[in-house]
Design a protein around this ligand. Structure first.
Ligand code: IPM
Ligand code: MN
Length: 355
């Protein structure tokens, strides 16, 4: 049967800016991993992004969505084009994919691979090792709201954070399961704003402690989002797994990326545990570096590691991560674009060879 010949169907959306350059290195490492760990896959490439939109006006056709629903997994480069008004591609492509495929978890590991690249003083590598579980389908990202008296002096803009019991609960359950499976400190911290946002965070807090009763092996904790930012800088070692809503998760994971060494190394997964998930480097399309071969591909390669874990190739996932760690520890001068001491393809080669 065909399905035995080609095991995984991997959709590849390289996207805009430096997306294609980093995705090329990710695929190089994937190929090396496939050979070494003996798994087969097929890649199906899609040219969605700014260029196609500017040429055709099309962002993500319905027919493509139908195809994507049948993939094992999606590998995404970057979304964002200097000639396209901000918001169009983000909403039309990235958020559209997350919502349509019901990828309700955004998983973002924050792990320091080399202490030399940490901006925090007096921290060891083991001090920065936690995971953020960000709700990925609701909250402010639902885009609910309205203008009133637009364009007048009395204008009002309303932006609603929409949280459902089901949406909140499935995210919190995922976070408890994840904390158990991770089996590190077995501690889950809810990051919210119960002191001000007394509707949304009342629901989140109630749900959190209700679900917690089923997970007596997991320690629970709560921190306001502002305090979470403070602790992430001051005492990141306090965190094991953090669960939070869409907007707070977006913000704290950029801070997380910085404490782990920068956007050059930060990857994330948009996960539908029952469906098709999508993995991406979390930095943007970095248009000013496009085509220069100076961008760091490690975030995209770490996204491949997460992708492999998701499809069940755990050994390959671990080998890719270990190889990244080795390269980050022994080769790179910096994790920033243009300062690595190697070009983009050279970094990809190093990781592939080290596998
Ligand atoms: C991210 C990005 C996106 C988000 C943007 C590009 C819509 O910042 O993945 O964190 O806000 O979720
Ligand atoms: Mn973000």
């Amino acid at each position: 049967m065909d399905s035995q010949k080609t095991k995984y169907k991997i959709a590849v959306i390289a996207g805009d800016g430096t997306g294609p350059e980093v995705v090329r290195e990710g695929l190089k490492v994937l190929e090396a991993a496939g050979k070494k760990f003996n798994f087969k896959y097929e890649t199906i490439k899609y040219d969605f992004g700014g260029e196609r939109y500017l040429k055709t006006g099309e962002i993500l056709p319905e027919s493509a969505l139908k195809e994507l629903e049948k993939m094992s997994v999606i590998y995404l480069g970057a979304v964002g084009h200097p000639d396209v008004k901000p918001g169009i591609l983000e909403k039309g492509l990235l958020l559209k994919l997350r919502f349509s495929l019901d990828q309700y978890i955004n998983l973002r590991p924050v792990k320091l691979y080399n202490v030399d690249f940490c901006p925090l003083k007096d921290k060891k590598e083991s001090d920065v090792d936690f995971v953020v579980v960000r709700e990925n389908s609701e909250g402010l990202y639902k885009g609910m709201g309205e203008f009133q008296k637009k364009g007048t002096k009395d204008e009002v803009a309303i932006q609603i954070s929409h949280n459902t019991r089901k949406g909140v609960e499935r995210c919190i359950r995922y976070a408890f399961e994840f904390t158990r499976k991770r089996n590190k400190a077995k501690k889950l911290t809810l990051c919210g704003k119960t002191n001000v946002l007394t509707y949304a965070w009342d629901l989140w807090e109630r749900t959190f402690y209700e679900v917690a009763k089923e997970y007596t092996d997991i320690k629970t904790d709560y921190a306001h989002v502002d305090a979470t930012c403070m602790w992430m800088v001051k005492n990141p070692e306090w965190f094991d797994v953090i669960v939070t809503d869409n907007m707070f998760g977006d913000i704290i994971t950029d801070l997380g990326a910085m404490v782990q060494g920068g956007m050059g190394i930060a990857a994330g997964g948009n996960i539908n545990p029952e469906g098709v998930s999508m993995f991406e480097p979390i930095g943007g399309s970095a248009p000013k570096y496009t085509g220069k071969n100076v961008i760091n591909p490690l975030a995209a390669i770490c996204a491949v590691s997460m992708l492999l874990e998701e499809i069940g190739e755990s050994k390959a996932a671990k080998a890719v991560e270990d190889s990244v760690i080795k390269v980050v520890k022994t080769k790179l001068k910096s994790l920033s674009a243009g300062k690595m001491g190697y070009s983009t393809p050279e970094v990809g080669d190093l990781v592939a060879k080290n596998l």
